[in-house]
Design a protein around this ligand. Structure first.
Ligand code: NAD
Ligand code: GLY
Length: 383
């Protein structure tokens, strides 16, 4: 079952297709040539050693068969390598490989590789074509869609970056069969985020899928089913719908379909990642905690009822076990919020829910400090 989802932006000429096709990696050269409008030049393939070992040969061979000259660069594996330091190394690789504006950057890997390679492609020579081949669940349903690129700095997560749309995205769901259990859990937490803000259709789709998984979840031998492929397609469709209506996350757009709603669960997630040095939690796991926290705040502010809170808690726990965060100090977790990009007019904006599928943007000042602190305390000590 192959799916193609087109994404179009109102005020820009960038439009591209996100293709979902099992086994697509074997024919990726042909796809790249077509996504780049038939231009065959050099491809700067940005990946990491692990993904390269699994899929690099297949991908490179197909690129070469299609006539491309491939140069590969390995970034370190992990969130801490999504940094200005690695970005500089990528730029120097592009220069020494004599990559020109007629060539292209290709990201093969998860969101770390995609965000970093996309940022480099957007800045190098003021922007060269970029292709995404996401290989984690999170990058398939979220980070490869919508053109947010960037790196972390000591002052905050994704603090430096750009909006830069790829020329195309190819998702081969079969690559998920080698993904470790924790990474699947992390991806499903982002899928839950989409479900929670989208409505019961998408929410139940994720929830039902997770309920049908064996106890202990995603052990060895995880098989990519037709249900999972259709879940990925629905997720991509939702994200494409939101970002195409608000490509640059307009500061003044506070509507229920603003791109800001995609930050549901992310205010706390980014703070947790920062407080743990980007090493302890996977981004998606931090989002899992962020969803639990936003659900708790929503309940304490009487925006959702007890059964909706329970539903949100249950679905996150069905996605898998989140690493304990009992060692964290709540005030250290809240400190980085001062630098959060979601600050508008000096006030941090929280995305909460007034029911499944009803995201609301709530200014920080409207949430009593005691509510924030008690929710964080419960999250840290009782999960
Ligand atoms: P990741 O890129 O670190 O990948 C997770 C791990 O899986 C890595 O160890 C990687 O080597 C490994 N891996 C990748 N593909 C594999 C495969 N098929 N088989 C086996 N191992 C594989 O993490 P991620 O969860 O993909 O991405 C997280 C990043 O995405 C964060 O930096 C986050 O901020 C970013 N993000 C960006 C956006 C956006 O809109 N740009 C949205 C959400 C998240
Ligand atoms: N992941 C949030 C966004 O793409 O806007």
């Amino acid at each position: 079952m192959n799916t193609s989802i087109s994404i179009n932006f109102d005020r820009s000429s960038s439009a591209y297709d996100i293709e979902i096709a099992a086994g697509a990696l074997s024919n990726i050269g042909e796809w790249a040539s077509s996504a780049l409008g038939g231009k065959i030049g050099k491809l700067a393939l940005i990946t990491n050693r692990k993904v390269d070992r699994l899929y690099g040969e297949r991908v490179s061979e197909s690129f070469v068969s299609a006539g491309f000259d491939v140069r590969t660069f390995h970034v370190g594996d992990g969130e801490r390598f999504k940094s200005l330091k690695t970005f500089e190394k990528v730029i120097s690789f592009l220069s020494t490989s004599q990559i020109k504006r007629t060539d292209a950057v290709v990201a093969l890997g998860g969101g770390v590789v995609g965000d970093l390679a996309g940022f480099a492609a957007s800045i190098y020579m003021r922007g060269i074509p970029f292709l995404q081949i996401p290989t984690t669940l999170l990058s398939m349903i979220d980070s490869s869609v919508g053109g947010k690129t960037g790196v972390n700095t000591a002052f905050g997560k994704n603090l430096v970056g750009s909006f830069y749309q790829p020329a195309g995205v190819m998702i081969d769901p079969l690559t998920l069969e080698t993904l470790p259990r924790r990474e699947l859990t992390a991806g499903f937490c982002e899928a839950i985020k989409h479900g929670a803000i989208s409505g019961y259709d998408l929410f139940n789709n994720v929830n039902d899928f997770l309920m049908a998984q064996p106890i202990g979840r995603f052990g060895k031998g995880f098989v990519v089913s037709g249900e999972l492929q259709s879940l990925i397609a629905k997720q991509v469709q939702f994200k494409a719908y939101i970002v195409s209506g608000d490509e640059r996350e307009s500061i003044v757009n506070d509507s229920a379909s603003s791109r800001k709603i995609l930050n549901f669960g992310h205010t706390l997630a980014h703070a947790l990642e920062n407080a743990t040095g980007y090493k302890y939690l996977k981004h998606g796991e931090a989002v899992g905690y962020g969803v639990l926290f936003a659900a708790s705040l929503s309940k304490k502010l009487d925006l959702i009822n007890k059964s909706e809170l329970q539903l949100l808690n249950d679905v996150v726990h069905r996605a898998g076990i989140l690493p304990p965060i009992r060692h964290l100090n709540p005030s250290e977790v809240l400190e980085p919020l001062k630098q959060d990009k979601k600050i508008v007019n000096d006030s941090l904006q929280w995305i909460l829910l007034s029911g499944i599928g009803n995201p609301v943007i709530v200014p920080h000042a409207d949430i009593p400090k005691s509510v924030l602190v008690s929710s964080l305390d419960e999250l840290i000590h009782h999960q």
